[in-house]
Design a protein around this ligand. Sequence first.
Ligand SMILES: *[C@@H]1O[C@H](CO)[C@@H](O)[C@H](O)[C@H]1NC(C)=O
Ligand SMILES: *[C@@H]1O[C@H](CO)[C@@H](O)[C@H](O)[C@H]1NC(C)=O
Ligand SMILES: *[C@@H]1O[C@H](CO)[C@@H](O)[C@H](O)[C@H]1NC(C)=O
Ligand SMILES: *[C@@H]1O[C@H](CO)[C@@H](O)[C@H](O)[C@H]1NC(C)=O
Ligand SMILES: *[C@@H]1O[C@H](CO)[C@@H](O)[C@H](O)[C@H]1NC(C)=O
Length: 245
Amino acid sequence: MLLQSVFYLTASLYLCSATPLTSPPQTLVPRDAVTDCQNVTLGLNASCWDLIPRGTGMESWLNTWNSTTTTCEPGERWANCFMRQAGVTTNTTTSIRCDLIGPNTCPEPSIDVFESASAEASYGVASIWALQQYMTTLYQFLEGDQGLSLINTGFLNQTAPRSAKTILVNILDEIGDPVATQLTTIIGSPVPIKQGSFIIPTQAQAQQIVGQTVGNLLQWLMTDWLEGGFTALAIEGNLISILGD
Ligand SMILES: *[C@@H]1O[C@H](CO)[C@@H](O)[C@H](O)[C@H]1NC(C)=O
Ligand SMILES: *[C@@H]1O[C@H](CO)[C@@H](O)[C@H](O)[C@H]1NC(C)=O
Ligand SMILES: *[C@@H]1O[C@H](CO)[C@@H](O)[C@H](O)[C@H]1NC(C)=O
Ligand SMILES: *[C@@H]1O[C@H](CO)[C@@H](O)[C@H](O)[C@H]1NC(C)=O
Ligand SMILES: *[C@@H]1O[C@H](CO)[C@@H](O)[C@H](O)[C@H]1NC(C)=O
């Protein structure tokens, strides 16, 4: 698709396809996929999303995490709490903010995290980080010249009221990867972005307001677990897949 090259993440998380650890060690004991998935030092693999923990998959594991964890700090968003509990740290004085757009707000999980956390926690942090990177890349694209011209066209294309949602959905349709496609479904639902708040008064404000919409969407995804936006995006390991693109 037209815009896909913009969305290659320069991910340094290690993935099966990108590391010398590609081949599982040859042993005489037959291995199964779930066993390999549980050993994240072999690399991350999108197909593991539905395989770990054995028989239930990450979606139910994360649901259980959400409903049973009691050690998040007051007001701490679930994604930031998850990263912190998995051992992801930040060297700055600010706390982990994976709910915010920015290249340095959501620390990249280090190899140490993957070596010490459970496989499930490792897949959780990798997905949270991938989504924050994806949304930051999308935001940066929209803020650039190519984004500006698409947003202006989208603005002029619409009859009043001019809606940031509509412009964003059309751009995401053009991007067309599984995460973008799922985002259009989420944006189309009444929950994440309140209709009235994203009406664009003038063309001069269009780019800013579309960018804010992406920021608000990320905040919602990392804050509101129960509405299911994050798990819808993570389905079938789609967030793990974007790390390997
Ligand atoms: C990912 O896991 C699937 C299922 O176990 C396997 O078929 C595939 O080869 C793995 N991909 C990589 C790159 O290791
Ligand atoms: C995980 O994979 C690494 C690298 O191949 C290997 O050295 C280690 O023994 C494996 N751990 C388990 C528990 O299988
Ligand atoms: C924090 O700083 C130490 C020492 O400079 C460095 O080794 C480490 O990678 C940094 N961690 C992160 C998460 O930036
Ligand atoms: C302009 O409108 C057409 C027809 O509704 C639509 O297919 C296209 O995606 C729109 N373009 C933008 C940039 O919004
Ligand atoms: C679980 O989700 C709800 C709704 O988003 C949230 O209020 C709660 O803090 C979450 N729990 C954890 C442990 O993050």
